[in-house]
Structures are given as C-alpha cells and as structure tokens.
Design a protein around this ligand. Structure first.
Ligand code: ACO
Length: 429
C-alpha cells in the first residue's frame, strides 16, 4: 500500500502522498496543501523543507555520509581529481578517457576571458573584494556571449556543454585576474599545457617571462580543496542558483547569484572567518581556551564549527584535516594557527556545550590553513570555494532548466505586519 500522511486541521482529515528517496529518506508531498486546506507550512530557514528532487549529491548528516552521484567523497578524494569529479557532477557519470580529454580540451579553449574584460578591472579600486568582482564579471560574461544567455531554458540547454565549460574555466581566470589587479601586477594569461589547478596557480603566481612549475604537493592540495567543495546538496548558494534559474535565467546569471550567496561568513565566507578568528586568538596569546569560554557564554561564535546538516561529523573535514598535516609537513611550513586549531578542536569535541549541540568541525575549519600554506591570500579563500563549487551549481542549474514541469520558485510567507490602515495626509501625521 502506498504510504500517505494524514494531517488533521480543525477536525478535518487530509491525506498527502509520501515520497521516498533513493536512500530511503522520506518526505510528505505537500504541494496540494494550500489548495486543499488553505494552510501553508511554516519553516523559516527551510530546515524541514525539500525544495526539489535531485540526483546530484546525497548527504546523510547523522552518519556523516557525502556522495557525489553515488560515489563516496572519501574515494573521490583519494582516486580522482577536480576536473574528473567536475565531469561526474555535471554529467552524472565518470568520464571515459576520451570524454575526459574532450572535456579538458573544452576547458582549455574557454580559459581566457574576452580581452575587453581586462578594462573592467581598471574600474575597480585595488582594495575591492574579489568575491564582488567575481560575481559581477561572471554575470558580465553574458554581455560578451549573448548566445549563452538566451534566458530560455530550451535554447540555453542547447549550448549547455559550452556554457558549462566557460563557467568552470573562466571563473578561475577571473579569480586570478582579480588577485593580480589587487596586487598591481600584470595579468598572466592561461597556458594550454597546464592542467586546471596548475593553470590557476600559474595565473596567480607566475612572474612575467619566468617559467612556473607548481610543487606537486601544492597542485595536489589545491585539487583536493576544489574537489571537496564541488557540491553539497541544497545549501544556501546552490538553492540561490536554483531559485534564480527557476525564473528561466541563464546559467551565468544564476551562478553569479550563487557567488553572492556564498560570500557570507555563515556559508563560504567561513574559511576566511576561521583564519581571522585563529589570528585573533594567536595575537591575544591565547591557546584557544579563553576563546572557547567566550563562545560558550554567547559572546563569540566558533567559526568552522557546526553545520545545518552534519550532526555527527563532516566527512570533508576529516579528509582535509589529514591533508592539512601532510601538506604543511611536505612544504616544511610551521603554522602556529594549526596548533591553535588542533587545540580548539580537541577542547570543543570534549565540551558539553559543543557535544550537546552536535557541533563538529566543518570543511572550512582546516581549508584556510592549507590555503595559507600554499600561498593563497586570505581574501581569496571564499573565491577558491566558489571555483570549487562551480560544478555543483552548474549541475543544479541544469536540473532546474531541464525539469519537464518546472515552476518558478516562489515561497509563501506568514504576514505579521499591520492590517489595513487608512492613509493620513502628511500635514496630519
Ligand atoms: N559556535 C558556537 N555555537 C554554535 C555554532 C558555532 N559555530 N554553530 C551553532 N551554534 C549553536 C547555536 O548558537 C545554537 O545554540 P542554542 O541552541 O543554544 O541557541 C545551536 O548551536 C544550533 O545552532 P543553529 O544556529 O540553529 O544552527 P544552524 O543550522 O542554523 O547553523 C551554521 C549552521 C550556520 C553552519 C552554524 O553552525 C554556524 O554559524 N557555524 C559557524 C560558521 C561556519 O563555520 N559556517 C560554514 C558552514 S559549512 C559551509 O558552508 C561549507
């Protein structure tokens, strides 16, 4: 017998179908709720709301499971790299050798940004935040490639392979250019012979006329960071991408909105906030103990801890914590912030405040320390997250765009403002 949920409102019973996901998660299908009952659900923060059905990423927050297209994150982190994983997320299958070659060639072809765009950078003050530039310029790409921005899902899907490659490849080039601009350095153009992560490092750090060879541990660490961020279900930025896409906006506009949503410190901005927090603790001469007390008394928030979905541990945090040790050791970097991070983690994991609230380190607790070690400046940390998250945004945009009965996303609200009032002329107020 098909399962159903019964809701009794004012003594009248209503039945709603139950949907079961591929991993057994259950949802009550309330799409007919308002029409049948006159009620809506109230779920501020959407903690209990399924906004879509998706086959991209699965998370079990209680068990600490994360899978992209069915593949465990641990296995991908060990055996794959960012570009292969991006292909998997975007197209749903691991690529064959030929498919990967074709995909990489397409990324290479799309690596440069239109030369006119260089002038955009001149208009920004040198201290501009690179997230603002990234979002603005990703959207501006639609001006150069109007054929990628029909704002008609059917037409935009016809160019999907090209737009997806452009978004994934150019996001990295724009990011590197914004860094060079902030440093007053000349732009470095992408190279055809370099792989994705190395090409980014090249555009960031090559000195003119010098040959750049990134140390293998740096390429590996960067690949890992990008791969671990590649998708994460219906988080704030991905939901934003889907929301924008649902109005039939093109992919580039949708991901530009995702970049804005990612910027905040409760989401992608956390990696930067973690390092600022560790630096402040270090500057105070604290080993983290005083800070923890301030967190417990509600004065401070332990950045890089806690997650809306993970209530056991964040599997990405485990992988990145291990990688952090390895990278710092192989680069011979000693970072006092790592000791503070380790201490904070130990104290927090034993403390009743954190245990009872199921607060564990998330992926951003250690990612900033690795990025510092490989020379990425702090204001670029969230940009790195945006580059990494691009495959997930693209895949989610595609799900919305190819939905056969897609509707514009439009939540309801419970209005709590004034009820009807009579207008009073200004001289009588
Ligand atoms: N430090 C201290 N206390 C915390 C923290 C934290 N980092 N996170 C949650 N809490 C406390 C809350 O104060 C609340 O306590 P209360 O029950 O006494 O009121 C309880 O834990 C539940 O927290 P919520 O705010 O309801 O959790 P929510 O799911 O809304 O927020 C979030 C999740 C935003 C990630 C939160 O844990 C946080 O702010 N963490 C720090 C920022 C961060 O690291 N963000 C990165 C997230 S991962 C990512 O985007 C890749």
């Amino acid at each position: 017998m098909a399962k159903e949920a019964r809701i009794i409102i004012e003594e009248k019973e209503y039945k709603f179908p139950v949907i079961t996901g591929a991993e057994g998660e259950k949802a009550i299908d309330t799409r007919a709720l308002r029409a049948e009952t006159g009620y809506i659900t109230y779920d501020e923060g959407y903690g209990n709301t399924g906004s879509c059905q998706s086959d991209v990423t699965f998370i079990d927050g209680e068990k600490g499971i994360l899978r992209y297209r069915g593949y465990p994150i641990e296995e991908l982190a060990e055996k794959s790299d960012f570009v292969e994983t991006a292909y998997l997320i975007i197209y749903g299958e691991l690529p064959t050798e030929a498919q990967l070659k074709g995909f990489s060639a397409r990324l290479t072809r799309h690596a440069a940004v239109p030369v006119n765009m260089e002038h955009f950078f001149e208009g920004y003050p040198a201290h501009s935040h690179p997230m603002a530039i990234l979002s603005g310029l990703m959207n501006s790409l639609t001006c150069f490639y109007p054929e990628y921005a029909a704002n008609n899902h059917k037409e935009d899907l016809q160019n999907f392979d090209e737009v997806a490659a452009a978004a994934l490849s150019k996001v990295r080039t724009i990011a590197a250019m914004s860094y060079r601009m902030s440093q007053g350095l000349p732009y470095i153009y992408p190279r055809r012979d370099l792989a994705y992560a190395d090409n980014f490092l090249h555009m960031m750090f090559t000195e003119p006329y010098a040959k750049f060879v990134p140390p293998p541990e740096v390429s590996k660490a960067l690949n890992l960071i990008l791969l671990l961020h590649a998708d994460h279900e219906q988080n704030c930025s991905t939901s934003t991408v889907r929301m924008v896409a649902s109005s039939e906006a093109n992919m580039l506009a949708s991901v530009a909105a995702g970049i804005c949503a990612l910027w905040g410190p409760l989401h992608g901005g956390a990696n930067m906030a973690v390092i600022k927090m560790l630096e402040a603790i270090h500057a105070e001469g604290d080993d983290g103990s005083t800070f923890i007390n301030e967190v417990k008394s509600g004065e401070k928030r332990l950045m890089g801890f806690g997650h809306r979905v993970y209530k056991n541990y964040d599997p990405r945090a485990k992988i990145i914590a291990r990688a952090c040790e390895t990278v710092l050791e192989s680069l011979g970097v000693e970072d006092p912030l790592l000791d503070i991070a380790r201490h904070l983690e130990k104290v927090a994991l034993e403390d009743e405040y954190f245990v009872s609230r199921k607060l564990y380190p998330n992926v951003d607790f250690y990612s900033g320390i690795i990025m510092r070690a490989i020379g990425i400046p702090m204001n670029m940390f969230t940009v790195m997250f945006a580059i990494g998250r691009m495959p997930g945004w693209i895949a989610n945009w595609k799900e919305v765009a190819s939905h056969p009965n897609g509707r514009i996303y439009r939540p309801r609200q419970v209005y709590v403002g004034e009820t009807t009032r009579t207008f009073v002329p200004r001289d009588k107020r």
